[in-house]
Design a protein around this ligand. Structure first.
Ligand SMILES: Cc1cc2nc3c(=O)[nH]c(=O)nc-3n(C[C@H](O)[C@H](O)[C@H](O)COP(=O)(O)OP(=O)(O)OC[C@H]3O[C@@H](n4cnc5c(N)ncnc54)[C@H](O)[C@@H]3O)c2cc1C
Length: 294
């Protein structure tokens, strides 16, 4: 492995470089919209959101593969809270443009609950669509079917791509060919080289819970190979996602992508108890990874 700090030889290599954003793949996004998936993009909204007084807000997904599929729905619900608290909700509209038929396809119960919350709060769900471009001059978003939606505020999920260094290494075929891996072991086509997290194409959504689970399996496999112990159980592609519903409520969906013939998702209704559970989940990771409480 070649780095800016030297070249390293390794018996095993675990590639965990995540997904990069290609904001230029969506014409007009930089000039006329706000991507909110990078830290810089999210931070910039601190100045943008307070200036949004009236008109249409669109939360728009621009590519079929994107991190944390619940996040755009959560953004719509939290924006509703934010605008209501500022007394601006009556003067504004919120629409969500998503490439799926339902908010969380593997879990019909979660999707129903999210759609019910949208209906209750007047949030429009535009299904099976992507935002292809923005026309900043006319302030319209152009969708995959050519339809146009006017906007005052555009919050975009940018196109995701495989990091260039991973494509150059030959692990991925091109910018959109997430690294192929053995679904059970996360090993790539190169022996001893594994890919975990957003960078791989194992078939789970791109989310931290899956990256964490994949890393556990790979770590156990490497330890077993070094110590000569039994191989770990196959990767299951399972994990829990907490879903912000606004109104100080969080739901939870336990999804399993690889154990059965098709993905499944079990929903726990939104509650304040799950707000506390989510906080504990986050704190437990900070404690385990960095040895500190928030
Ligand atoms: C708005 C939003 C909400 C989300 N909410 C959730 C959630 O509620 N639950 C959940 O589970 N997940 C959530 N996610 C997804 C989660 O953040 C990612 O899936 C997770 O971070 C992926 O982990 P990773 O290790 O694969 O990649 P990353 O966390 O992206 O880590 C990759 C690392 O590699 C580094 N890197 C890249 N290229 C190089 C290089 N050439 N040299 C050196 N270092 C490099 C990067 O700097 C980065 O630190 C959310 C994501 C977003 C954007």
């Amino acid at each position: 492995m070649v780095t800016d700090d030297g070249t390293f030889e390794a018996d095993f290599l675990v590639v965990a470089l995540g997904a990069d954003y290609d904001v230029d793949a969506t014409p007009g996004l930089v000039e006329g919209g706000n991507e909110f998936y990078s830290v810089a993009g999210a931070s910039a909204l601190r100045d943008v959101l307070p200036r949004f007084e009236r008109g249409a807000a669109i939360i728009g997904v621009t590519g079929k593969t994107f991190k944390c599929p619940p996040a755009p729905s959560e953004t719509a619900l939290l924006l509703d809270d934010y605008l209501a608290a500022r007394g601006r909700r009556e003067a504004t509209e919120i629409s969500l443009v998503m490439p799926f038929g339902t908010p969380i396809p593997p879990s019909p119960d979660t999707s129903r609950a999210i759609l019910a919350a949208f209906a209750e709060r007047g949030i429009k769900f535009v299904k099976d669509s992507l935002v292809r471009a923005l026309d900043p001059g006319r302030k319209v978003a152009v969708l995959s079917d050519g339809a146009e939606m006017p906007y005052e505020l555009f919050l975009g999920v940018p196109v995701h791509r495989v990091p260039e260094v991973v494509v150059e290494s030959g692990l991925a075929a091109d910018a959109y060919g997430w690294v192929p891996v053995n679904k059970k072991t996360l090993e790539t086509n190169f022996p001893g080289v594994f890919a975990v997290g957003d960078v791989n194409g194992v078939g789970t959504p791109k989310a931290g819970v899956f990256a964490e689970g994949a890393a556990r399996v790979v770590a156990a496999a490497i330890i077993a190979q070094l110590r000569g112990g039994p191989s770990p159980e196959a990767y299951k592609g399972a994990g829990s996602c907490y879903v912000e519903f606004g109104h100080n409520q969080v739901g939870r969906v336990d999804v399993d992508f690889l154990s059965g013939p098709k993905p499944t998702g079990t929903f726990q209704a939104a509650s304040e108890a799950l707000v506390r559970e989510k906080a504990q989940f986050g704190a437990s990771r900070l404690e385990r990874w960095f040895g500190s409480q928030p």
